[in-house]
Design a protein around this ligand. Sequence first.
Ligand code: UN1
Length: 481
Amino acid sequence: MPVRPALNYIGGSWVGSSSHATVEDRNPARTNELIANAAASTADDVRHAIGAAERAFPEWRATPAPQRGDIVRKAADLMERRREQLARLCTQEEGKVLAESYAEVDRAIANVRFSGGEGLRLTGETIPSAQRGTLIYTRRDPLGVVACVTPWNFPIAIPAWKIAPALVCGNTVVFKPASLTPLCATEVVQCFIDAGLPDGVLNLVLGSGEALSAALVDDERIKAISFTGSSAVGRALYARAAQRFCKVQLEMGGKNAVIVLADADLDKAAESVANGAFGATGQRCTATSRAVVAKPLLAEFVRLLGSKADSFMPGDGMTEGVKMGPLVDASQLEKVRAKIAEGKREGATLARDGSDAGIDGGYFVAPTIFTEVDPRMSVAQDEIFGPVVSVIAADGLESALEKANAIGYGLSSSIYTRDLHSAFRYAESSEAGMLHVNLPTLGGEAHVPFGGVKDSGFGDRECGTAAFDFFTELRVVYVGY
Ligand code: UN1
């Protein structure tokens, strides 16, 4: 198969990097398979993209919101028509199994369709004035040029759910996807182009964060940055953007716990932890990475979790029967293995060691389970972003809550119980942005706000109508009559 170029899209044209440099894009399940040579862009390319977006802004802003929404909705229809092609590309480029890729594409479609519809509902409010003969109303106006900076682990859905609301709100966009998934980004952009987006309204710049982030973050013309990635990068980005009061929205890491109380449906709880920990090879910020389990159930829980882990056969996500794809690249493989070694050194019991999956040709690990984990150990504190779960023992509800909360992150959490008091007590005290009762820590629905607290999230939520708060400026008009 000929190797495709992956190009930038600036001002309505597909173009290479101004430096002519490229980087190889390889299949993480078959590292000898070169998929594309992707543009390695420069700060100059970023500036060109911002310029194109700035020039396109007045006309796009003047386009009525329902018409902007129509174009975005057409992009969703095109994604639906290209569902299979997008899903296969996602598996080939990111590694997740095909069923997971289909689920991701479906989520992208739902998000984009929802955002398109919001073009009809970009409403403000009227507020009664304390003065006679005065009308007060609010407007939601676009910000200008905004940047969408996205990770490799949901290379279709996250770009879709940032770009679509940004556009419907009337902003023009510079999109900087993760350097590991340039073709998924290209195909998402193509859906928006083919839906009829005018030139310059959406621009794509491929390349590494190290090379491009300063040019994006420091440019006065960028009015907002929506970022998904690690907490360390998010923190640095926020500090820098704050220098010029640039609006930011940060979706960052997670270390999500499932609490399993003594009255839980144990099989359901173990299934939830297995799917949460090993699904998508643990490479999602809502993955389950801690199970905080009531002591009387502990032995049986670990046995059940182990047997469910056995069914997560690693391999090429294109292959029927494979349930867990590879890690995304060599550095993730090294990091996950190092974290497993660290857990052993700290004294946690390695009940199932997946650091060597015994498969050649890709970045494979297998499900890994630590037991007898102290909540202060690094395996219980640091985001690993691999199929590794730490089982922590708890005495009861309050001890479980304390252990689940004893962490810097706060994205998602869950409890398994049949007791109403425990469920609501959990809902009021879990330090996470997305809570689940008798459901996995994973995911989120397209039309529902998504995001975390503590080191996991900062700024307005993504998705749902919350995304429209982030991508607009609220203005107030006083009218005397
Ligand atoms: C999901 O887990 O279904 O980067 C979505 C991430 C999150 C999105 C996850 N921002 O993993």
